[in-house]
Design a protein around this ligand. Structure first.
Ligand code: GTP
Ligand code: MG
Length: 136
C-alpha cells in the first residue's frame, strides 16, 4: 500500500485546522497510519527541505516551520501521494482552487513564505525519505 507524509504546518495548527485537514483525509478514504504533534527542529527541516536550500524562501520557510507545533501524519492508501496533493491544491493558497484544503482554508498573509497549511510528499521516493526523517 502506498504511503505519504502529510504535515499540518504550524499555521494550520495555530488556526485550529488540524482536525479539519484530518477529516478531509479520512473522508477521502485514506487511513491515518501514524500521527505525532511536535515542533520541528531546524536540523531535520534542513534535511526535509534540502531541495530548496539556497532559494529565497528557504530561510523564511525553515523559520516558519520551526515556529511552533505541527502535526506529522503517515497516510496510507492506493495512489494517496497523488490524491493528497490534489486534496491540498496549488502551493500558493490564493491561487489554489476552491474545494481544496489550501483553496478553502488558506490565503496570502503578506509573509515571506507561503503559509499554506499542509505539506504532502511529491513522489514515492520523497515519501519514504521524509517518513524516515520524522518517524525514525
Ligand atoms: P509542500 O507540500 O509543502 O512541499 O508544498 P509544495 O510541494 O506545493 O511546494 P514546494 O515543495 O515547492 O515548496 C515547499 C514550501 O515552500 C511550500 O509549501 C511553501 O510553503 C514554500 N514555497 C514554495 N515556493 C515558494 C515561493 O515561490 N515563494 C514563497 N514565498 N514560498 C514558497
Ligand atoms: Mg514539495
Amino acid at each position: 500500500i502506498e504511503r505519504t507524509l502529510v504535515i499540518v504546518k504550524p499555521d494550520g495548527y495555530r488556526r485550529g485546522l488540524t482536525g479539519e485537514v484530518l477529516r478531509r483525509i479520512e473522508a477521502k478514504g485514506y487511513t491515518l497510519a501514524s500521527l505525532q504533534v511536535m515542533t520541528p527542529d531546524r536540523e531535520r527541516l534542513a534535511q526535509h527541505y534540502a531541495e530548496h536550500e539556497g532559494k529565497p524562501f528557504y530561510e523564511p520557510l525553515v523559520d516558519f516551520m520551526s515556529s511552533g507545533p505541527a502535526t506529522f501524519v503517515v497516510v496510507e492508501g492506493q495512489r494517496c501521494i497523488e490524491g493528497f496533493r490534489i486534496l491540498a491544491g496549488a502551493t500558493d493558497p490564493t491561487a489554489a482552487l476552491p474545494g481544496t484544503i489550501r483553496g478553502d482554508l488558506g490565503r496570502d498573509w503578506g509573509k515571506k513564505v507561503q503559509e499554506n497549511i499542509v505539506h504532502g510528499s511529491d513522489s514515492p521516493e520523497s515519501a519514504e525519505r521524509e517518513i524516515g526523517i520524522w518517524f525514525a
